[in-house]
Design a protein around this ligand. Structure first.
Ligand SMILES: *Cc1c(COP(=O)(O)O)cnc(C)c1O
Length: 402
């Protein structure tokens, strides 16, 4: 007998759950890329993409994953040897820094470890020390998916303003977009990047780069931009193919249309609220289980936790055992711990993550938490009792938000 048969829930932090509406929209024969419906539909995506990032700025679409957008953002604004400041709060900050090095940039790292948000004071000190303003950009990760920390992007803008530093502010919103509140224009972000497969609920394959007027000006300073990454025509195409630098990602565009329709219908503020309540339910369960036994939230301070992903520590081998148990017995796939220990190190088996981004609702989250509670029991992993009930109380609104 298996209790896993039934609808599976891929609760890893990306790719996320795909809505039926998105899948249905993609299930069709190939459309004409030279005239007709697809061309008109694509133009209509642009204002909705702007709205999701809360910007009146321009947006370029790429056929790539998140890594591609890291490269695109830098290719359009930085020249070989330019200096960038990277406040890293997990694996993804280091990933963007590595891409910058690959493009010949001079990277200054500020490493905040694996369990903390970036410290604005240290960023401020680094900017003040740069009296000649050689730092051209600050590359920040809004939500680092490996640690589940959520950084204060608005605070970074305040620090740049307070120090009078002209560096561009870039934000990696691949995990956070359409999950955690993000306000590109109000927060003074110059370049925002994201990808299709997390909060945007579309399969991996589309990358997005939104850019401000200031970033567009920076593009003029540098000589050559590799043609494929150049955002100029993608953002303001004269011909349809220029949106994509070649053949359109036809089916992804239909999927994206359906996803943006869902986002519009619910409203971005309501989406942020839904993710917040669901995240609080997860925290309530995990904190209760962790009251006795080895389970521990990776990010202690609630104010710096993402509403899209939750990283947990439980000690080896419990992390891997629990993931295996809930997958085999309950049809829930949890995320591996990323960047917490090296694969091959026994400690690697002591972590897991819950992805709760995009198309997720109360019954899915309660179901996943129930599966985890069952797994903790079945595997005899010590834990505080009543975690699932605490989560239900948050969902019910019986617990007020602190
Ligand atoms: C997922 C993710 C990436 C990488 O995206 P890929 O599509 O895997 O290249 C980068 N940054 C953050 C914050 C992410 O969550």
């Amino acid at each position: 007998m298996s209790l896993a048969n039934g609808r599976a829930y891929l609760a890893i932090p990306g790719p996320s759950v795909m809505p039926e509406e998105v899948l249905r929209a993609m299930h069709r024969s190939a459309p004409n890329i030279y005239e007709g419906e697809l061309i008109e539909m694509t133009a209509g995506l642009i204002p909705d993409l702007r709205a999701v990032a809360r910007t009146a700025g321009r947006v370029a679409i790429y056929i790539c994953n998140g890594h591609g957008t890291w490269e695109a953002a830098l290719a359009n604004t930085m020249a070989q040897g330019d200096r960038v400041l990277v406040p890293a709060t997990g694996r993804f900050g280091h990933g963007w820094a590595d891409v910058a090095r690959g493009q010949g940039l001079n990277v200054e790292m500020l490493d905040f470890g694996k369990r903390d948000a970036l410290d604005l004071g240290r960023v401020e000190a680094a900017l003040r020390a740069d009296t000649d303003h050689t730092i051209r950009a600050v590359l920040a990760t809004h939500v680092d998916t490996s640690t589940s920390v959520r950084n204060d992007i608005n605070g970074l803008r305040s620090v740049l303003d307070a120090t009078g530093h002209p560096a561009l502010l870039m934000a990696d919103c691949i995990a956070s977009l359409a999950c955690d509140r993000f306000e590109m224009d109000a927060w003074g972000v110059d370049v925002t990047i994201s990808a299709s497969q997390k909060g945007l609920m579309v399969p991996p394959g589309l990358g997005f780069v939104w850019f401000s007027e200031k970033a567009a000006e920076a593009r003029k300073r540098i000589g050559a931009v590799p043609r494929y990454w150049d955002w100029t025509h993608r953002a303001e195409p004269e011909m349809f193919y220029q949106y994509f630098g070649g053949t359109a990602p036809t089916h992804h565009l239909y999927g994206l249309r359906a996803a943006l329709d869902l986002i519009k219908a619910e409203g971005i503020e309501a989406i942020w609220d839904r993710h917040e309540v669901l995240a609080r339910a997860i925290w309530a369960a995990c904190e209760t289980w962790g009251a006795t036994g080895p389970l521990e939230m990776n990010i202690a301070d609630r104010g710096f936790r993402s509403h899209a992903v939750t990283a947990l520590r439980i000690g080896a081998p419990h992390g891997s055992d629990l993931r295996q148990w809930v997958q085999d017995h309950a049809g829930v796939t949890l995320g591996i711990g990323l960047g917490m220990a090296e694969p091959g190190d026994p400690a690697w088996h002591g972590f897991f993550r819950i992805g709760h981004m995009g198309h997720v609702n109360a019954h899915m989250i309660l179901g996943a938490l129930g599966a985890i509670e069952a797994g903790l029991c079945a595997l005899d992993i010590p834990h505080g009792s009543g975690g699932l009930s605490r989560a239900a109380e948050v969902i019910a609104g019986c617990v007020s938000r602190p």
